[in-house]
Design a protein around this ligand. Sequence first.
Ligand code: MAN
Length: 573
Amino acid sequence: MATCVEEKKDAMSKLSFSTNGLKMSVKSYICMTIICFWSVICVATESVPRPRGVSLTNEPLYRDTEWFTCLDGSRRIRRNLVNDDYCDCIDSSDEPGTSACPLGKFHCNNRGFRPKYIPTSRVNDGICDCCDASDEYKGEGAIKCVNNCRELGKADLERRKQEIILMNQGFEVRQEYIKQGAEKKVEREESITKLREEKELADQIKEEKDKLKQEAEAPETEAKDAHKKLWEAQLELIKEAKEKQKTSDAFDELDLDENGRVSPDELLNHKEFDADGDGVVSEDEAKVALAAVEQLKATMSGPVWDTLRDRLKSLDQDQSDETTPPTTQEEGDGGEPYEGDMGDPGDDYDPGEDVDDAGDEEDDEEYDKDMDQEAIMEKYRRNQQEKEKKEKGGEDEEAMPEYDEATQVLIEAADKARDDFKAAEKRSNDIKRSIEDLEKLLRVDLGPHQEFQPLQNQCFEFTDREYTYKLCPFDKTSQRPKSGGSETSLGTWGQWEGPVENRYIKMKYSGGKNCWNGPDRSTMVILRCGTENKLLAASEPERCTYEFEFETPALCTIKTDPQTGETDNHDEL
Ligand code: MAN
């Protein structure tokens, strides 16, 4: 071709020469023909160059030399009207290289960097938009805009290389995460198996300890019940003894001459017996009272005594109340005990009998009948003394005494059996909880290859002007004011929320602290590849709805060859 071009030059000169000299060689003629053929082609090609502002892809649509059809097909115009600075097509496609149309798009070729489209309104506006300066070919911009695509391309390449290096580093870390995650999963599964075995054993031990506990508790309960029963019996006796003492005191109060008998006269000064309330204890009233007293003396208890005692109010007063003088003996005549009609005091009633003695006999009989009762009383007194010694001043007659030694031994044994059971039960429960915790951890979706596992049990913070935000992956998100104050929950781990084909680029945390007059707080975490785990940003696009940006090697899924640019997204499993 070079030869032919030379030939063309040569031939042209020869042609002019021959025209002038009317002489032409054959060789020159043939060469002339070829040149003419090429010239036609060249002229034809040059006549429809790619119009300014049209991309290589769209170039065929502008190739016709005669006509141009608007790209939306709405109109056909002559080809020479393209880029004539007058808008003919509704879709602006006839003016890709001028600012004549309102919606036109100018394509910057930007050879050496990245091609791009700009609105045609920016063409020749004096501002350099394309790095190849193609948008500014007239006026001020044409002078000041220079092509710096090569430099930009070089810088971009460098940046890309650095990015590739970082992404490759992240990819390596991700491989490590995958390894760790897989190991952790196996470790957790193995732990669960081991714990289940341990639990079986712990449950067996628990059952045994439960049995031993029951065995120890049976005799303990029996001994304690016996002790309680005995104590209740003691209480009864104590109560009875007290009643008797009161009865005897009451009798003594009535028996002014202390002859062991109560005569009607001795009752006359006791206003308590003034049944009709006329201010005087009449003989009849005294008789009735005497009958009651005698009966009381015989029975030492019962409703008669209850009534009488209630009426003998003086007896219910504090015994130490010396201010109330007893009824004087002088006022009444001691005399013989009343032997008249005293109602029906009962078959055994013998008014002549020394009531006091009778009472003593009855007491003796009662105690002789059952020697245990004496023993009980004795024990009661002993216990009381001991108790008094222990509780200085805090006297409580009705408190149950301490258990005897044999019962104490049984209680101690049962206590130990109970403690052993409790410990065995606790161990079983602890193991159960550990299993549940591990199962919960295993249920979390840590990525298809467990690559997010290393983020578990870690927290990351980001502080802006007002708050410190916290992300604890697979657990929670929160916010706390920089100025101090408590942490506000912005949600707990919910689920992965990226699009189906890329689920692991978004995490959702929901159910945080309720927003006043609004929703529960929630957080969307947007993840991207980075060489380290880092919370990069936090914002609140809508009230109480937060967005975090998080960088992690776990998402570096692509390895790129920095030389060839070839990519590999296969994880080493
Ligand atoms: C707190 C913070 C804010 C939130 C308001 C809503 O101040 O949790 O992020 O917008 O409450 O009242």
